[in-house]
Design a protein around this ligand. Structure first.
Ligand SMILES: [Zn+2]
Length: 123
């Protein structure tokens, strides 16, 4: 590349002429060329920012799970609401609801057996 001011040959990477110090015509082009590169590096970051909150939102909700465990109706409603939008949440709530129903069932069986036992003793 030749200097447009003094005509001395410079390397292509030179931004200013080593002989007279005039800015080389290639320097401006090189700066313009760097702009798309920055955009290329910036694009994946934006995709990550959008992707991360989605994954965080659709996680097992322990608080909702405990609520579903105590009140199975809440679990059934939450499961139906979350089934389409948050499959992971819905699945966890479904598990908690079944767990709650099983525990409630065990308590009922114990209560009935205890009731029968006490009834048997009284007769
Ligand atoms: Zn020059």
């Amino acid at each position: 590349m030749y200097c447009s001011k003094c005509g001395v040959r410079n390397g292509d990477e030179n931004k200013v002429c080593y002989h007279c110090g005039a800015p080389m015509p290639g320097a401006g082009m090189a700066e313009e060329g760097e702009v798309p590169r920055r955009n290329e590096y910036g694009a994946p970051r934006r995709e990550r920012e959008y992707a991360e909150p989605r994954e965080v939102r659709d996680e097992a909700d322990t608080l909702a799970g405990i609520a579903a465990c105590c009140i199975p109706l809440v679990g059934i409603v939450l499961y139906l609401v979350w089934r389409d939008k948050y499959p992971r949440k819905a699945k966890s709530v479904c598990g908690w609801t079944i767990g709650g129903l099983v525990i409630t069932g065990i308590f009922w069986v114990i209560a009935i057996l205890a009731g029968l036992a006490s009834a048997g003793e009284s007769f």
